[in-house]
Design a protein around this ligand. Structure first.
Ligand code: FAD
Length: 386
């Protein structure tokens, strides 16, 4: 069987694999991306399904530095990648519907500013209704992050992939990686449906399927596959809703996309199928998600549900991604476990991983180190994996 050689091999061409590929190619390094689907960002990958929210507010402190960096990059990403990704900086608004929740937001806003999200501020009902006319009468206050926004996840993933290829990266689409190849304590490449690949460095960015490949070298990951749901409405008149909305006491994210449709998410579950390659919708999740959106912004109820879908995402045990080298497996770097909130970070993750691969210190990844995989109690991991 043929053997292909590459300096860097990236497994998975989602928004993470492709952002990393772009940055590695920009360093002038040779990079090969292997993607199982015929096209990057295809169903049911997370980068196909994603809500495309580009937000800092509400991030864990461990992600704060990457989030600040990413937001800066998003401002000019379309020019940089020479592609439209429907990026819009309409802000992010987290709503309180009781006085007690408004009190919580006072502390929340202080925490956001301490994390370096300096534009985040408390807004009262008057300002909230000026930002979003038509909100239900119970909304009393909000935390407003004007620098946040939204973009199209599939367009963004394809833009990174195309830009990477313009810089010399090679994509093998429609090709599955079957196993990692190991020699002693070093990962030296991968076996694929198209033959063996030998690489100096291997990056595992296979999203919710990363555990299958890690298992081929005896690594048990504290991540599990979850199916997260999105609901899309029929198109309303455009530009009725500028910020992305969420609410303290609701599982909800609500935004309006370019054609006027409302895109509704917030972590409502579906179910991965037994073969881990597809999903099943839950009727009660579709209904619950839709009703939450209609209650918060009644004009959503003037529309109908056009479509609902799920994306398969890697949920990590502590809700944070694992990024970086794995101890005891030289040559392997990972980037997975983004737990439903990785999309916004992709430009910064791509930059950070590419620098780590050439031996630079990247302190902004400290709280997300893959080394913490070892730190979880075995019992806790078993219980999490169910
Ligand atoms: C419904 C939903 C809504 C979300 N909303 C937001 C949001 O608003 N904001 C935000 O910041 N984040 C959001 N996220 C999270 C974000 O979309 C993900 O964290 C991000 O897309 C993960 O990208 P990825 O490249 O790691 O994974 P994926 O996009 O899943 O890519 C992994 C790729 O690896 C490929 N692959 C897997 N196994 C193999 C193999 N053996 N061989 C070759 N290729 C393989 C897959 O085909 C896939 O293309 C959301 C996620 C979902 C599911």
């Amino acid at each position: 069987m043929s053997v292909t050689k590459s300096e860097v091999l990236i497994i998975g061409g989602g928004v993470m694999g492709s952002a990393i590929a772009y940055h590695v190619a920009r360093q002038g390094r040779q990079v090969l991306v292997v993607e199982r689907s015929e096209e990057v960002a295809s169903a049911p990958a997370a980068s196909w399904a994603s809500a495309g929210g580009v937000r800092r507010q509400g991030r864990h402190p461990a992600e704060a530095k990457l989030a600040v960096e990413a937001i800066e990059r998003w401002r000019t990403l379309e020019e940089e990648l020479e592609a439209g990704v429907q990026y819009r900086r309409g802000g992010n608004l987290l709503l309180a519907e009781t006085d007690a929740e408004a009190e919580q937001l006072v502390t929340f806003v202080r925490e956001q500013q301490d994390l370096g999200f300096t534009d985040v501020r408390l807004v009262d009902r008057l300002e909230v209704t000026a930002l979003v006319p038509g909100l239900h009468a119970g909304v009393v206050a909000g935390s407003y992050s004007p620098g946040d926004g939204q973009a199209d996840p599939a367009l963004t993933t394809r833009a990174f992939a195309t830009a990477a290829q313009h810089l010399g990266a090679t994509y093998w689409k429609g090709t599955a990686v079957l196993a990692l190849l190991i020699e002693g304590e070093r990962v030296i490449g991968a076996r694929t449906g198209r033959g063996e690949i030998q690489a100096e460095q291997v990056v595992l960015a296979a999203g919710a399927w990363s555990d299958e490949l890690a298992g081929t070298v005896g690594l048990r990951l504290p991540i599990k596959m979850v199916a997260l749901q999105m609901v899309l409405s029929t198109p309303a008149p455009r530009q009725m809703l500028q910020p992305v909305l969420s609410a303290v006491s609701r599982a909800l994210s609500l935004k309006q996309v370019n054609d006027g449709s409302f895109l509704i998410g917030g972590g409502w579950p579906g179910d991965p199928t037994a073969d881990r390659r597809s999903y099943m919708l839950r009727e009660e999740s579709v209904k619950g998600n839709w009703e939450a959106a209609c209650e918060l912004l009644p004009l959503v109820g003037q529309q109908r549900i056009a479509r609902a879908w799920c994306g398969l995402e890697a949920q990590s045990i502590d809700g944070l991604p694992f990024i970086g080298p794995i101890m005891g497996l030289d040559g392997l770097t990972v980037a997975f476990g983004f737990s439903g909130h990785g999309f916004a970070l992709a430009p910064a993750v791509g930059r950070a991983v590419s620098e780590q691969l050439i031996g630079r210190a990247v302190p902004e990844l400290d709280g997300l180190r893959a080394g913490r995989i070892e730190s979880f109690q075995q019992d806790a991991v078993e219980e999490f994996l169910g």
